[in-house]
Design a protein around this ligand. Structure first.
Ligand code: SF4
Ligand code: SF4
Length: 382
């Protein structure tokens, strides 16, 4: 694989010491049409812009955009773009019931992505229940076979659970790469800083997802917003460079949704580097961490794993309304504002329509008490 010379910064990746761009393109939040379906044209345009400006790592997965993300990536990587990147996608761990499902799913992914080989193949969203499936179906042995056949290159997993399970998984097999949720407000959430350091010390390349915590850190509101305003720092710039400051991190994924975000993130990545944060910048992050912990009550990343709810409750939006209400002390009457927005929701999308079935909680990687929070929101807004 040839990598272009470009102002993009590159970092060491895997034990092979590949040079991977500091910024990876996450394909979970591609541009949307008014219908809510992904825009193929705009998605391909921003993906190719990113690659033309030095991004050489593209990350997708089966469930993103209801299966269309892999198709879009396959199209975007035509006309010579495939050879310029490391292509990462994920095996939908939960979808396998028997061993014969494994080949079937991988082959469908290869077809959608229009490639013979996936460079980084991750077992998706490992958490306690899915880890059981991995072991039962002996998926690691299957991955080894697929690597021998040349269908995948690097063995990896993405993770959403507690540090103890993370350590168990890292120790269980000879992985090349792990992908963890990490940002300046998640140092003690899931794998966290302890997981980052543990994996790196074991020789795994560490890929970071949710660097802006579902966009929350890009547009900080309330007290958190005041910290950033006072500091005169750009919250996206510093949140990303805080990650790249750490030598244990190989790559930061950002789920870019439009050209403006793509251009901005590429520019920030170009000036990134280990040990480049100043003491002043570090103190702004420390202050933001303190305030964040004190304010947002529901730590929802808007990942949308919990939806669709069988009764159509829009769980992440309800949480966002409540969080913003708590975190906007500057607003004269934040409760009225949030209440009005809640009343504008279709009745079935409101927290009050929750039927307590519990399905969503099994899927939430943040392990939130969704039902309890929805009850609180219903009581607050009714
Ligand atoms: S517990 Fe409530 S919000 Fe969750 S899936 Fe069931 S009805 Fe929907
Ligand atoms: S409630 Fe959980 S699963 Fe749903 S969007 Fe928030 S973090 Fe994701």
């Amino acid at each position: 694989m040839k990598f272009r010379k470009h102002p993009m910064q590159y970092r060491s990746f895997t034990r092979d010491k590949l040079q991977v761009s500091a910024l990876g393109f996450g394909c979970m939040r591609l541009p949307l049409l008014q219908s809510g379906k992904p825009s193929y044209r705009e998605s391909i345009r921003i993906l190719q812009y990113g690659i033309d400006h030095g991004i050489n790592y593209i990350d997708t997965a089966v469930p993103y955009h209801n299966g269309e993300s892999e198709v879009i990536v396959g199209k975007a990587l035509q006309n010579g773009y495939r050879e310029k990147v490391l292509l990462a996608t994920k095996f939908p761990t939960w979808a396998a019931e028997k061993k014969s499902d494994l080949d079937k799913i991988l082959n469908e992914q290869l077809t959608k992505l229009q490639t013979d080989c996936i460079d980084v193949y991750l077992l998706h969203c490992l958490q306690k229940s899915y880890w059981g499936i991995v072991q039962k179906l002996e998926m690691y042995d299957w991955l080894i076979t697929k690597r021998k056949q040349g269908k995948i290159r690097y063995l990896a997993f993405s993770f959403h659970d507690e540090f103890a399970l993370f350590r168990e998984i890292v120790d269980a097999y000879d992985w090349d790469v792990c992908q963890i949720q990490y940002n300046y407000v998640n140092e003690n959430v899931q794998a966290g800083t302890a997981g980052l350091q543990y994996a790196a010390q074991k020789g795994l390349a560490v890929v970071i997802m949710e660097p802006l915590f579902g966009g929350t850190l890009a547009n900080p509101v309330g007290k958190l917003g005041e910290v950033w305003k006072k500091s005169k720092q750009n919250p996206v710039d510093l949140a990303l460079r805080w990650l790249w400051d750490k030598p244990e991190i190989s790559l930061v994924l950002s789920g870019m949704s439009n050209m403006e975000q793509t251009v901005q993130n590429v520019e920030i990545a170009e000036k990134s580097g280990v040990g480049t944060l100043t003491d002043v910048e570090k103190s702004v992050i420390a202050e933001a961490q303190k305030i964040y912990d004190e304010t947002l009550p529901i730590k929802c990343t808007k990942c949308k794993y919990c939806v669709p709810c069988p009764f159509e409750v829009d769980i992440p939006y309800n949480f966002e309304l409540y969080n913003n209400m708590i975190a906007i002390p500057g607003n004269n009457n934040p409760k009225t504002l949030a209440k009005n927005l809640y009343a504008m929701l279709d009745r079935e999308h409101r927290a009050g329509n929750c039927k307590d079935c519990g399905q969503c909680e099994q899927k939430c990687p943040q392990h939130l008490s969704i039902r309890k929070n929805l009850k609180l929101i219903t009581e607050t807004f009714n």
